[in-house]
Design a protein around this ligand. Structure first.
Ligand SMILES: [Zn+2]
Length: 144
């Protein structure tokens, strides 16, 4: 209970810890790591520079790794509150949408969309192959 209060203080008082004291780590809970989103959604830890101990900013939140490194590389303009975060229970589709809109990164996740795309890719592959084959056989004909 006391830990929870201490952790929430960061957010409620808007006194965010400096980015240099933060660390991003993948979610360790394997039961929710079935989706690609966990490659970039993880837990932010605050590292105590004196003791080296680290504690999660909020156990119930996951933070975007891409945002985190963006803010870290922004130096003093970077701010913890600009990092996309969401509750662990948030549908992975929201994270996918964030990665797509904010970072222009596409993560394959939803099965129906993926299989549709795969089918489309396979189809266009076939077309280009047969065209190439036709071209090659014509060329062979011309050479002989
Ligand atoms: Zn992000």
């Amino acid at each position: 209970m006391s830990t929870q209060n201490k952790v929430n203080k960061f957010v409620s008082t808007l006194k965010a810890p400096p980015l240099t004291s933060l660390q991003w780590a993948p979610v360790s809970d394997k039961s929710i790591r079935q989706s690609k989103v966990w490659e970039f959604m993880g837990v932010l830890f605050v590292v105590d520079s004196a003791t080296g101990c680290r504690c999660p900013i909020d156990d119930n939140l996951v933070h975007c790794k891409l945002c985190f490194y963006e803010q870290v590389s922004a130096g003093k303009d970077g701010h913890m509150l600009k990092i996309y975060c969401a509750k662990k229970s948030t549908a992975s589709g929201n994270h996918i949408a964030h990665a797509s809109q904010k970072h222009k990164r596409e993560f394959q996740c939803e099965a129906p969309a993926t299989s549709k795309l795969a089918a489309w890719l396979a189809q266009s592959d076939d077309t280009s192959h047969s065209a190439g084959n036709q071209f090659e056989s014509n060329r062979d004909l011309g050479c002989s």
